[in-house]
Design a protein around this ligand. Sequence first.
Ligand SMILES: C[S@@+](CC[C@H](N)C(=O)[O-])C[C@H]1O[C@@H](n2cnc3c(N)ncnc32)[C@H](O)[C@@H]1O
Length: 147
Amino acid sequence: MFIPVPIGFIHSPYTETSSIPKGLGARHDAEGVLEIGSEFETGLTDIDGFSHLYVLWLFDRAHGFELIGAPPSDNRPHGVFATRSPRRPNPIGLTVVELLRRENRQLFVRGVDMLDGTPILDIKPYLSSIPNQALRRGWLAEAESAQ
Ligand SMILES: C[S@@+](CC[C@H](N)C(=O)[O-])C[C@H]1O[C@@H](n2cnc3c(N)ncnc32)[C@H](O)[C@@H]1O
């Protein structure tokens, strides 16, 4: 295994988890800035051409994990790997953000759902080749249709 080193930190409008939209129909339109460490800036070369990015980050303020839990979008419990819970064995978050612009080592993005100061582990271009009709949404589809 390796010891992860943050490549940067997220500037987010959210300082408390309670202010981050949750549950069915939650929209993530908040803007934030991914500030990348100067030692990693060269790695941002050519990122400007991508509209969306995957951001891998650390749930640095989560405590412990539970293998079964009830997410805010359903009243039934589900396995942690069938949810996006912060309380997971390896506390890694994954968010797709829209890249608005880059200024040197700052990426201005839309769609943050992380707390201010969250460490960034990695960034990759978002490329999806899976057609909508091939996607199944599991228990979430049932929760949405029961709404
Ligand atoms: C449901 S998780 C989903 C995160 C990401 N989109 C994912 O799928 O991995 C989002 C929640 O994580 C919590 N959260 C955000 N930043 C966090 C941090 N740095 N440490 C611990 N919890 C955090 C907030 O409660 C937020 O509503």
